[in-house]
Design a protein around this ligand. Structure first.
Ligand SMILES: [Cu+2]
Length: 96
């Protein structure tokens, strides 16, 4: 009986720990030269399904895309396509 409680507690604890965890994609973006480029890339990435937040750094040549749930993350190819369609060169995409 005690063991059941321990297992149940572990289950609840892990659910709570992962509740605030959102999937994130980090990618390189080459070719941005000014704040308008940053805005264009940001707006393009925001059109991907399930996106909850986008941050783009001109200095780091990187974009960070946060998704609202783990089930509907676009593929790295889809993410790269958005960047190239916007007129920029996508670098490697890392999904965390
Ligand atoms: Cu620009």
């Amino acid at each position: 009986m005690k063991r059941v409680f321990v297992l149940l507690w572990l289950l609840i604890a892990s659910t709570l720990l992962h509740a605030g965890e959102k999937p994130i994609a980090e990618l390189g973006v080459e070719g941005m030269t000014c704040p308008v480029c940053v805005y264009t890339v940001k707006k393009s990435l925001e059109k991907l399904p399930g996106v909850s937040d986008v941050k783009v750094s001109l200095k780091l040549k990187k974009a960070r895309v946060e998704f609202s749930d783990k089930e509907n993350i676009p593929s790295t190819e889809e993410i790269k396509k958005v960047i190239s369609d916007a007129g920029y060169t996508p670098g490697s995409v890392e999904i965390k």
